[in-house]
Design a protein around this ligand. Structure first.
Ligand code: HEC
Length: 102
């Protein structure tokens, strides 16, 4: 029973995150997750509330700016290494990561 509930919950979460920001998720999966899924190179890990809280506190606009310009001196390159991404793509990816990490 517990297992069935767990499965149903993850399906619900999957559906919810999909409808929330499908494009952001696609960009995240295509590029950002190579660092943000594991926290490689000191990246704030996807879903890690403690790592994201102080960043989220700066406001979504500041985070979007960081994703556009990168964070100098770190592995966070301009556009998060997604050179084909538009500002809207980056914004959606940041919103997706933030929504799953708070
Ligand atoms: C090569 C690894 C790498 C990739 C790929 C990457 N990031 Fe990052 N990201 C980092 C690291 C490292 C940091 C932490 C920088 C620091 O010390 O503040 C970071 C931080 C961030 C932050 C927080 C910035 C802040 O101001 O606190 C955002 C937002 C972010 N990344 C978005 C993205 C997005 C969106 C993508 C994909 C388009 C992406 N990242 C791809 C390594 C990466």
């Amino acid at each position: 029973m517990k297992k069935i509930l767990l499965t149903m919950t993850s399906v619900a979460i999957l559906i919810a995150s999909h409808t929330a920001s499908a494009d952001g998720q696609a960009t995240y999966k295509a590029t950002c997750q190579s660092c943000h899924a594991t926290g490689a190179a000191g990246a704030p890990k996807f879903g890690d509330k403690a790592a994201w809280a102080p960043r989220i506190a700066k406001g979504i606009d500041a985070l979007v700016q960081s994703s556009i310009k990168g964070v100098p001196g770190t592995a966070m390159m301009p556009k998060g290494m997604c050179n084909a991404c538009s500002t809207d793509d980056l914004k959606a990816a940041v919103e997706y990561m933030v929504s799953q990490s708070k």
